[in-house]
Design a protein around this ligand. Structure first.
Ligand code: SDX
Length: 433
């Protein structure tokens, strides 16, 4: 098993009159896993775990989450410290390479990202094929794969070839995202400006027009950079697991990340930040009280979820939600933005956190509950919220693809199943049906 783990006392499985011993491994923070790699060979049984809530797919050194305590660390550093002191590009380096960059490394990495943010002019024509009404997320996924056609060393997971492919992916995902936005608003593309920091450059490409350059206020650029830091990784979430699943077939980095974008788009995952704003605006515009809405959520027949609440891992506050909630007030004040939807969000949170339905299900605000309020205050359109999430998550996807590619023991991911369909039967010719 991987380094960084140590072996504990074996688990004993009593099955059909015999006992099978299974190794148990413990990680850095005391998490324990029963190693079932020999289970089928020893017992002809497999395990079943719908949604993989109890199944570890890999050993990883990138991110640690303690869902019970609301802890999130990137390479051992608490998210609170990174959000306070780091930048998105510095955090990206930390996630991908495992250590905070030295001054020269960060300077070179930032320069590479700034200087490779242009996309090949022939890629622009792909945008012609998208309808103006298309959602930006499928455009991003398609364009990442298309960009891969221009990457000479797509399969490298180490050395200069990997370094440039990774930097280019981080650089260009921002550009294609801004271009996708321009496509949906019918405005001309605005090229990246290498003199701007990452967040300011994204905002410039989204909001500048030929007759007026958009200059992001420092507090706006800082708020966006912090949102990207908070979204940069989250261990084996659905989209990152997708990147690992696709990459396990030895698919290249761009193809694997392109699949991750599609998984993130789902409303139960990264698409929730759009659903939160829609929910808050529906409450604001309907005259519904937050109490009415909470009661509707609790009525299962309404099939209404409190979007931005609940999490597969966090059974306590999502630390990112706490940071974003603190940010909301500061950003809205700085921008003089409408506080109404923030007030509704805070009322909803307070109502839910004091309601048995949510308490007994350990439902707390997650990263998506407050992020949309800040994005909306910055002026990001709702259909770009999940795109911002994808830009933020890019370093995490790259880091996990690289870690998996370096794992000599990694195998193609191919889960088993239990068949519950028709028993053996013969073909019935059409004339007899
Ligand atoms: C992200 O995995 C990650 O790390 C993801 C993420 C990341 O950084 O990558 O953190 C980002 O995706 C955050 C989650 C964003 N999604 C939402 O906010 C959508 C609303 N939340 C959910 O639908 C739900 O909470 C999930 C999808 C997040 C978690 O789903 P689970 O773990 O499968 O939980 P479940 O659906 O089995 O719910 C358990 C119970 C059920 O009630 P009972 O059947 O026990 O009566 O809790 C209820 C659910 O109905 N429930 C909710 C609820 N979430 C769960 N009820 C009302 N509102 C909700 N939001």
């Amino acid at each position: 098993m991987s380094d960084g783990l140590h072996e504990c006392k074996n688990a004993m499985l009593a099955l059909e009159g015999s006992t099978v011993e299974l190794p148990v491994w413990e990680g850095t923070e005391g998490e324990r896993g029963i190693d079932i790699t020999q289970l089928r060979g020893k017992t002809s049984h497999i395990t079943l775990d719908s949604g993989f809530a109890n199944t570890g797919s890999c050993v990883s050194k990138i991110t640690f989450i303690d869902g019970e305590k609301g802890v999130l660390r990137y390479r051992g550093i608490p998210i609170e410290q990174l959000a306070e002191h780091s930048t998105f590009l510095e955090t990206a380096w930390l996630l991908i390479y495992g250590e905070l960059p030295m001054r020269e490394q960060l300077k070179k990495f930032s320069k590479t990202v700034a200087e490779t943010s242009l996309i090949n002019e022939s890629l622009h024509y792909h945008f012609e094929g998208f309808p103006r009404t298309a959602h930006p997320m499928p455009m991003i996924s398609a364009m990442i794969n298309a960009m891969g056609c221009y990457q000479p060393a797509l399969y490298a997971s180490e050395g200069a070839d990997f370094d440039i492919a990774a930097a280019r992916l981080i650089a260009k995902v921002s550009t294609i995202s801004a271009f996708a936005h321009k496509k949906t608003v019918g405005e001309p593309f605005r090229y990246p400006h290498p003199g701007l920091d990452y967040a300011s450059n994204l905002l410039h490409m989204m909001f500048s027009v030929p007759y007026r350059r958009y200059n992001a206020k420092p507090e706006v650029a800082r708020a966006l950079d912090r949102i990207l830091i908070l979204h940069a990784d989250h261990e084996q979430n659905c989209s990152t697991s997708t990147v690992r699943m696709v990459g396990s077939s030895r698919a290249n980095l761009y193809a694997s990340v392109s699949a991750g974008v599609c998984a993130l788009w789902g409303p139960l995952h990264g698409g929730a930040n759009m659903a939160v704003i829609d929910m808050l605006e529906q409450i604001a515009g309907s005259g519904l009280t937050t109490r009415d809405f909470i009661d509707r959520v609790k009525d299962k027949s309404s099939h209404t979820r409190l979007m931005g609440f609940g999490h597969r891992v966090y059974k306590n506050f999502d630390p990112r939600a706490k940071i974003l909630k603190e940010q909301c007030d500061a950003v809205l004040q700085a921008l003089g933005a409408n506080q109404r939807i923030l007030e509704i969000a805070i009322e909803l949170e307070e109502a839910a956190l004091n309601d048995e339905y949510f308490i007994e299900r350990n439902l707390y605000p997650n990263v998506d509950f407050y992020s949309g309020i800040i994005l909306k205050a910055i002026g990001i359109p709702v259909n770009m919220f999940t795109v911002i999430f994808a830009i933020g998550r890019m370093p995490g996807w790259i880091a996990h693809w690289r870690e998996m590619s370096h794992d000599a023991a990694a195998r193609i991911n191919r889960p088993r199943q239990i068949y519950a369909g028709s028993p053996l039967r013969d073909y019935t010719p059409l004339k007899m049906r």
